[in-house]
Write a new protein. Structure first.
Length: 504
């Protein structure tokens, strides 16, 4: 997801009345949503999922930033509702206390408190506590804190501040709100149904774009399509790769329902949805999204049937795909265009970005050049002109290495290791947990081939849902099959205990 792009010549900034009207509209929407959540708090999660994909271009300071304004409104409403709940919720200590007196509960013994603290400190020092939902949460916000700290010596503090203010802070609030949700079967199915409905509509818009050979959004892709011998759609996204990423994540969720379903009707409905979304993914020509989807499907197959068989099939698919690329690269549109085909062309210039990022890392291996500095330092080192400069290497570990050095890389690796350990441990008995873990793995792979890890709200949403399910004491229990046909009927009667998550 490209967080920002240079304004086209002649583009004017919004006037003060327009900005004021937009702020008032956002405030009114926030208050209305907060009132709705006050009456129906269970709707927060589906509303957040609905708002995740929508971006609004905001022009400021010679740059256009695609901001998730609808998501900000939903998060603000959720925070306001949480504050109102805290204000009206009775204090348990005060409730137990007699009028005008102290609480009647017996205070715990000092020795017991000291023993508990020592035991917790020992667990953190031994490393066991880091492989827990609490440990992943600490690492996640520790990565944000480190990013803010390393912005102090960055040559592009504006870019770092942009990421912190517009992405890390609101996404962090979203994470804290989602992790508090009681993830019942009904809530999970509502969220999946919302995502599927959006994906179906987005794919339909993409088909219209492909038929008309015109895009509704993103003039950068329109210009690029004029020089390619194929047409890439991006639906209502500003980037075909982010459009493909969204479709891939939704397809992993639908596939989970199909694999664990026992009804023929459910399988047919799921297969029809997958066929529609796959056609939408193909029209985006996003190789990174297809690779992410294949990884997610391989993980699901390994959990559902046999890991060794899934591995053999995956290797076979990779070998077959590599053979097709080598035999017919031009006709398959893998970037080897014309007589000047090369590895750089095949990767849309990513090899140059990667080599430039490695040069930055070699110059400052310990601390890097500072948060948000990739574009500035990449240009300063003579690796790019103003026309082809980019804000990231399109390979997240390389971007982190160039900007944050070994320190940032260590935190990033620790976060991934802890996240995968928590998400996959015990997930075999819970289809929702398997779906979240596979989707997160697919997203991580996509960030290695494209961009945006903590700058993508889906990272925070998947981690919040996955950690909440892992922290539930009943989440590892046996789970019945999920119904694919219930994607379109999430309002059906709630079961008392389904999918290993207790009902509300």
């Amino acid at each position: 997801m490209s967080t920002g792009s240079v304004l086209a010549p002649g583009t004017s900034l919004p006037s003060a009345p327009v900005i004021l009207a937009a702020l008032l509209a956002a405030l009114a929407a926030t208050l209305l949503l907060a009132a709705l959540l006050r009456r129906r708090p269970e709707l927060f999660a589906p509303l957040a999922i609905f708002a995740l994909p929508f971006r609004v271009p905001i022009s400021s300071g010679g740059r256009t930033v695609n901001l998730l304004i609808p998501l900000y409104v939903v998060v603000a409403a959720g925070c306001l509702n949480w504050l109102l709940e805290r204000r009206t919720r009775p204090d348990p200590e005060r409730a137990r206390a007699p009028a005008g007196g102290a609480p009647t509960a017996e205070p715990s013994a000092p020795d017991a408190r000291l023993h508990d603290r020592a035991a917790r400190r020992s667990r953190w020092l031994r490393g066991a506590a880091w492989l827990t939902p609490e440990g992943v949460t600490r690492l996640l916000f520790g990565a944000v804190a480190l990013y803010a700290l390393q912005a102090l010596y960055s040559p592009d503090r504006g870019k770092a501040a942009e990421n912190i203010v517009f992405f890390y802070i609101p996404f962090g609030l979203l994470f804290l709100l989602l992790i508090r949700v009681r993830w019942t079967r009904l809530t999970l199915m509502r969220c999946l149904a919302t995502a599927v409905a959006l994906a179906v509509v987005f794919a339909g818009v993409g088909f219209v774009e492909y038929y008309r050979k015109t895009l509704f959004l993103n003039p950068k892709v329109v210009a690029a399509n004029q020089y390619d011998n194929y047409f890439r759609v991006n639906s209502l996204f500003f980037d075909p790769n982010i459009y493909g990423r969204f479709l891939a994540l939704v397809m992993i969720g639908v596939t989970t329902c199909v694999l664990w379903s026992r009804g023929r009707r459910d399988v047919l409905v799921g297969a029809a949805l997958l066929a529609w979304l796959l056609c939408g993914l193909v029209t985006s020509f996003s190789q990174s999204s297809i690779a992410a989807l294949l990884l997610g499907l391989a993980l699901l197959a390994g959990w559902r049937w046999d890991a060794r068989l899934a591995l053999y099939v995956s290797v076979g698919v990779l070998v077959l795909g590599g053979a097709l690329v080598l035999l017919a690269p031009a006709s398959l549109h893998f970037g080897l265009k014309g007589s000047g085909g090369s590895t750089s062309n095949a990767t849309s210039g990513r090899t140059k970005l990667i080599s430039g990022g490695l040069e930055l890392f070699a110059d400052r291996p310990l601390q890097g050049y500072g948060s948000g500095s990739f574009e500035t330092e990449y240009k300063r080192h003579g690796n790019a002109s103003a026309q082809n400069a980019t804000s990231a290497s399109h390979t997240i570990p390389i971007t982190i290495a160039g900007e944050q050095g070994v320190i940032g890389l260590a935190v990033y690796v620790a976060l991934l290791v802890a996240s995968f350990a928590v998400l996959f441990r015990g997930a075999g008995r819970s289809p929702p947990r398997i779906a979240i873990a596979a989707a997160f793995a697919a997203l991580v792979l996509h960030t290695w081939a494209y961009a945006d890890f903590l700058e993508d709200p889906f990272t925070w949403a998947l981690l919040a849902i996955g950690l909440a399910l892992a922290a539930d004491p009943d989440a590892s229990g046996p789970a019945p099959a999920a119904s694919a046909s219930s994607l379109g009927a999430a309002h059906a009667r709630r079961a008392p205990h389904v999918d290993g998550v207790g009902a509300q």
